[in-house]
Structures are given as structure tokens and as C-alpha cells.
Design a protein around this ligand. Structure first.
Ligand SMILES: Nc1nc2c(ncn2[C@@H]2O[C@H](COP(=O)(O)OP(=O)(O)OP(=O)(O)O)[C@@H](O)[C@H]2O)c(=O)[nH]1
Length: 238
């Protein structure tokens, strides 16, 4: 079952437990909404990875700054507003469930691919199989991106950094994978620190923002030309 949950803005320090407000995912194809006169930037982020790697732990850490240990297996979409450079950014975060053995759909479906502006692909540094899953997911997403002409961005995250004594995937392997696929890379511990997790989400937002700006390039230039013509045109008639 998929729940849509909402937590209050972190900027005022108030947090509320997630509340189920609807059972279907909120699919938004538009990345921006207007609130009053201010344009509010929205990004859709999909968390993927094998079972038990800490997808929910990372999500809950970002939303509440807390690590609660056990998370259940409910698939959820959360909405959370954070301030970056003085601007309200709305993060819609889809904490997905890893498909169980026997499920035909592979790692993700078309609806998720159309929805996502960015992906956080999570593995556990103590679980090599989960690293291999991320390797395959990167390939699948890159292929799908080409097909959909999508500019979605990817960050690879090695979680459970606190469990060094059980490490089976080196930092270099993670970094190399990210480098070869042109993705961002972080190693974090959702259990130990909030800051590392915050950096993952903020860096992904930056990558998405840059990709959107690049895509908009020529239109942006036309916009400047239009504004200049409007100004000079008006002056001529005064
Ligand atoms: N030591 C340690 N344990 C962690 C960390 N992150 C998550 N865990 C634990 O790993 C287990 C799985 O965490 P979840 O967040 O439920 O993992 P998930 O990827 O959402 O799992 P699924 O819902 O099954 O796909 C839980 O027992 C967490 O407490 C971490 O950074 N360090």
C-alpha cells in the first residue's frame, strides 16, 4: 500500500508524525507551483535500493532529524519544505519498497520514472549484494533517461557508515561507480548523523536545479531579449 504523508516545515523546528492523507501517490508532472506571488520550487525524489539498506531511515532522518530504528514496510510519499538560500523548496520524497522475489516489475515502473526529477540509490556498505543492485539500477535509469529524454539526476549513497567493522564495499568502489555513471556520491550513516543526510538531499536539489537551468537555456535567453525589447520599445513610444 502507498501512503502520502506530510510533515511540517523544519525551519520553525516543529515536527509532526506522518499522517496518512491519501492512499494513492500524488503524481505531479509540473515541477513548480505558484503560491501567492512567490514561485515555489518543487522536486520529486525517488529512493531506490535493495531491502534493509536504510531507505526509510534516510528519509525519516531528513524529515525529522531523528533515527528511530525500525520503520516497517509501508511505501510512502512525503512532502517536506526546506529552506535553501532563503528559498522554500518543496521536496516530494517517494520512499519505495524493493520488489520482492517473484515480482515481475524489476526495480521501478514507468510511473516512478516519469515522476522523478532525481534518484537516491542506496546500498549498505556491509552488503555487497545491495551494491550490485545499485549498479544495475544505475544502468536501468540511464537507459530509461535516454528513452524519455529525461534530465533526472542521480546520487549514489553508501549507508551504514557507522558499521566499519562489517564493511564489504570500499569507499573507492562506490566513488568509482558514481564517477563512471556521472552521478553524485556520498557515504553516510543515517543512524549517526543528520548533517550527512541533509547534504545528500541538498546536493541532489542542486544537481536538479542545474539540469533544469541548462534545459531552459535558450528560452531563458529569449526571455531576456523579450524583456529588453519591451523596455526599449516602451521608451521609444514615451
Ligand atoms: N547501523 C545502522 N543501521 C541502520 C542505518 N540505517 C538503517 N539502519 C537499520 O537498517 C534496518 C533497515 O532500515 P530501513 O530504513 O527500514 O531500510 P529500507 O531500505 O527502507 O528497507 P525496506 O523497507 O525493507 O526496503 C533497520 O533496522 C535500521 O535501523 C545506519 O546508518 N546504520
Amino acid at each position: 500500500m502507498l501512503n502520502t504523508c506530510s510533515l511540517r516545515d523544519s525551519t520553525n523546528g516543529l515536527y509532526y508524525p506522518p499522517m496518512v492523507v491519501q492512499v494513492k501517490p500524488r503524481i505531479r508532472y509540473s515541477s513548480k507551483t505558484m503560491e501567492g506571488n512567490q514561485q515555489k520550487v518543487e522536486v520529486n525524489i525517488l529512493l531506490l535500493g535493495a531491502e534493509n539498506v536504510g531507505k526509510s531511515a534516510l528519509t525519516v532522518r531528513f524529515l525529522t532529524r531523528r533515527f528511530i530504528g525500525e520503520y516497517g514496510d509501508i511505501e510512502s510519499i512525503y512532502s517536506h519544505t526546506d529552506k535553501i538560500d532563503g528559498r522554500d523548496i518543496c521536496f516530494n520524497i517517494w520512499d519505495s519498497l524493493c520488489p520482492q522475489n517473484g515480482e515481475e516489475s524489476g526495480y521501478f515502473n514507468d510511473r516512478q520514472l516519469q515522476w522523478a526529477d532525481g534518484y537516491i540509490l542506496v546500498y549498505s556498505i556491509c552488503d555487497r549484494a545491495s551494491f550490485n543492485v545499485v549498479r544495475q539500477q544505475v544502468q536501468c535509469i540511464q537507459q530509461a533517461k535516454q528513452k524519455l529524454a529525461s534530465t533526472a539526476q542521480i546520487i549514489i549513497v553508501g549507508n551504514k557508515r557507522d558499521l566499519q567493522h562489517r564493511r564489504t564495499v570500499s569507499s573507492e568502489e562506490g566513488r568509482l561507480l558514481a564517477l563512471s555513471a556521472d552521478c553524485g556520491f556520498f557515504e553516510v550513516s543515517a543512524a549517526e548523523t543528520y548533517h550527512g543526510v541533509l547534504m545528500v538531499f541538498h546536493e541532489l536539489f542542486e544537481l536538479i536545479r542545474e539540469a533544469r537551468a541548462l534545459k531552459k537555456g535558450p528560452a531563458g535567453f529569449k526571455g531576456i531579449v523579450r524583456s529588453m525589447s519591451a523596455v526599449f520599445g516602451r521608451k521609444r513610444t514615451e
